[in-house]
Design a protein around this ligand. Sequence first.
Ligand code: HEM
Length: 147
Amino acid sequence: MKRKVHLVAAVLALLFLAVFWSSTVVAELFLSAAAVATVKQAIAWALLGFVPVMAVTGASGFSMGGKSKHPTITAKRKRMPVIGGIGLLVLAPAAVFLAQRAQAGVFDGVFYGVQALELVAGAVNLVLIGRNFRDGWNMRRRKRSSD
Ligand code: HEM
């Protein structure tokens, strides 16, 4: 049961972040300022879903991993505070700030600076979450093949 919850939350976490990142890039590169504002607004609201999904992914992972010293679980455990730190200290405040600025029609240097930072931090988190996903998947596969 815990593993299923972990898997569903992990898939949702990856999906959320991939959609945030790609919709931002598409809107910035190809769409109007109004569309950028809509995308930024949607991302800020979607944080209400993304933050709990990340919390459930982490909590279920830590709970399943227990005190295990398995190198793969240790690596996953170490990535989690970095993922959480980037999410809560960079991505969430940036998303709210960018939504407010875009809503007010202020697309100045500060907006694009924060936007660039958000894209870089988002890419780093995508890689880290992706690695945790790959490691979890491989652990499961190895377990199955040795059953
Ligand atoms: C971004 C965070 C994470 C993601 C995306 C993630 C992803 C995954 C995935 C996809 C699986 C395979 C599930 C299945 O096939 O049913 C898995 C399993 C697992 N994960 Fe995570 N995980 C994350 C964080 C963590 C953390 C922080 C820990 C522990 C410290 C952890 C421990 C485990 C364990 C113990 C398993 C079960 C492996 C098995 O079946 O033997 N995960 N994870």
